[in-house]
Design a protein around this ligand. Structure first.
Ligand SMILES: [Ca+2]
Ligand SMILES: [Ca+2]
Ligand SMILES: [Ca+2]
Ligand SMILES: [Ca+2]
Length: 141
């Protein structure tokens, strides 16, 4: 099993605040561009979302329950405030919500559901449809 702690993931994901002030999307790239090549691939999304799921599935039973989602929502709320201050867009945040990931609408998110939504979220993020998420996909149209 992975030994990633909540602190590790939140530090990575939510260290985006400062960078977000530089340019719209910069904060997102800081958190998700794992190989730091300036673009976020679907593979990076899949890998990072796996970490996120593992982190917030507190009891590691393969389901983020409504109860576990509360902590997840709180962590993201802090991040979102910073992100909004740095450019204001909600599309990165939406991919983490219970509503987005609870495909069958039973009020909790299984690992399968979370994985299922990787590509859907990537499609939202990749606004210009070139198969990678870069700064070009953020900011003003
Ligand atoms: Ca990359
Ligand atoms: Ca759980
Ligand atoms: Ca569900
Ligand atoms: Ca793109």
């Amino acid at each position: 099993m992975k030994t990633i702690t909540t602190a590790t993931v939140t530090a990575t994901l939510f260290a985006t605040a400062l960078a977000a002030q530089a340019a719209p999307g910069a904060g997102f790239l800081t958190g998700w561009d794992l190989d730091e090549n300036g673009s976020v691939s679907l593979a990076e999304i899949v890998e990072r979302r796996g970490d996120v799921f593992y982190t917030f599935d507190a009891d590691h039973d393969g389901v983020i329950t409504a109860e576990e989602y509360v902590a997840f929502d709180e962590a993201r709320a802090a991040d979102q405030e910073n992100e909004n201050a740095g450019g204001g867009h909600g599309k990165a945040a939406v991919g983490m919500t219970l509503e987005f990931n609870d495909v069958d609408g039973n009020g909790e998110v299984s690992a399968e559901e979370f994985e299922q939504q990787n590509e859907a979220w990537f499609a939202i993020l990749d606004r210009n449809g070139d198969g990678e998420v870069t700064l070009d996909d953020f900011g003003q149209q």
